[in-house]
Design a protein around this ligand. Structure first.
Ligand code: PMP
Length: 415
């Protein structure tokens, strides 16, 4: 599949105005070419029925889920479901309002209390998604004369938070402590600086060297924000993330997270010990100018977060699953995103998009769902089959997954 040539001239509609969709023509052509080969669209799969955190019905077939970020399997936890149903009955289907108007219910405060307890921090602010938490916090913290320093492989929500604010943006090479230090040293000593890092990077599943990075940031007088979207609930003794695991959580100024992964529902948050943190509720636009989460959602999130505080057995099982899948795929001859298993994300690197799409379909037809990830979301233009394990995957399911990879990889000619 190659990029389609741009049409000679933009399509001009009656009345002489250019069609604003013309710029999408190369992408439309690329998609049409792919579907013309008989390939199923990897970006519009429908889950017809979801039976558990690890099994769904797709195209009428029982399918093992290995691409949902549902790390701790909380989506079907009976206590979580009961809390959601109770809140739905007692508080209705939605708040119909912003957190700063009619949209703060008892449940939102209880959810924030659960986050404060989970992280042992003074302040917690719940947003409607993790995407909005990054947008809001990054754009509001760093003002016109300040600097935001980011890793080049940052999540789209971090880039978009930068674009929404007025600060100067400086990027450094992925996970490169020296590059970060060099960038920081070049900034004016008296300028405000915010360094935004992630605990686990979601494309390759690699972990940041936060211990060294946070030290370098503190030496430069920068504040540090760590997005722990893919580590909360799993990594660290209490599941607080990579900053906890590497012993630097007390030096991190802000942790951003999401309810859409280990917590098993939807929503985002920021926790902090900064004494002036609460003022952000009045100035963060993605907090003020949108409706708050439904009562049932914050009730499920609160219950799930409190249960995750006692999730050490599940965490141990999830590590076992990740190690077994990583070792098994490597032994089968697949090329993986990391040499060793560093998180619950295991990325299988595909030679190109055509082979990646064919492999994705073969896996699906054999009863396994993974994420197909492609540029521009991926680093270095890679096509990836991203696998994310769940603490509810059984040892038998991991064996079954490896069997499906072997059969599909041989059929597509990847191994
Ligand atoms: N940060 C990172 C690192 C993510 O991977 C994601 C989602 N994949 C988000 C933030 C956004 O989370 P949410 O789904 O809650 O919007």
């Amino acid at each position: 599949m190659t990029d389609a040539p741009m049409p000679d001239k933009p399509v001009v509609r009656e009345g002489g105005t250019p069609d604003l969709f013309t710029k999408f023509d190369p992408l439309i052509k690329q998609r049409e070419d792919l579907l013309a080969t008989g390939q199923q669209d990897p970006f519009s799969l429908v889950m017809e029925k979801v039976e558990s955190p690890t099994v769904a019905i797709c195209n009428g077939n029982r399918t093992i889920l290995l691409g949902t970020y549902n790390y701790m399997g909380m989506t079907f936890d009976p206590d979580v479901i009961a809390a959601g149903k109770k809140a739905l009955d007692e508080f209705g289907a939605g708040t119909t309002g912003s957190r700063v108007l009619n949209g703060t219910y008892q449940g939102h405060k209880e959810c924030e209390e659960a986050l404060k307890d989970f992280y042992d921090m003074d302040h917690a602010m719940v947003f409607s998604t993790g995407y909005q938490a990054n947008l809001g916090i990054i754009s509001v913290l760093a003002g016109k004369d300040d600097y935001v320093v980011i890793d080049t492989d940052s999540h789209a929500s971090i880039y978009d938070g930068c674009a929404m604010g007025n600060a100067q943006i400086v990027a450094f090479r992925h996970n490169d402590v020296e590059a970060l230090e060099k960038r920081l040293k070049r900034l004016p000593a008296d300028a405000g600086k915010l360094v935004v890092l992630e605990g686990v990077y979601s494309m390759l599943g690699d972990v940041a060297p936060l211990k060294e990075m946070v030290r370098v940031c503190k030496e430069a007088g920068a504040m540090v924000l760590v997005d722990e979207a893919h580590s909360m609930g799993f990594i660290g003794e209490n599941g607080r993330g990579v900053a906890e695991d590497q012993g630097v959580i007390d030096d991190v100024d802000f942790i951003i997270g999401t309810f859409s992964k280990s917590v098993g529902t939807v929503g985002g948050f920021c926790v902090s010990n900064h004494p002036k943190f609460e003022i952000l509720r009045l100035v963060c636009r993605p907090y003020v100018f949108t409706a708050s989460l439904p009562p049932s959602v914050v009730a499920t999130a609160e219950t799930s977060i409190r249960k995750l505080m006692h999730g050490s057995n599940k965490r141990a099982h999830l590590w076992e699953n990740s190690k077994r899948l990583h070792g098994g795929l490597r032994d089968l001859g697949f090329t993986l995103g990391t040499d060793t298993p560093q998180s619950a994300i295991i990325a299988v690197i595909m030679p190109d998009l055509e082979k990646g799409a064919a492999m994705w379909q073969a896996l699906l037809e054999n009863g396994l769902y993974v994420n197909l990830a492609r540029p521009p979301a991926t680093p270095a233009n890679m096509t990836l089959l991203r696998c994310s394990l769940c603490a509810e995957h059984t040892a038998e399911q991991v064996s079954e997954i490896l069997g499906i990879f072997e059969k599909s990889g041989k059929a597509v000619g990847i191994i």
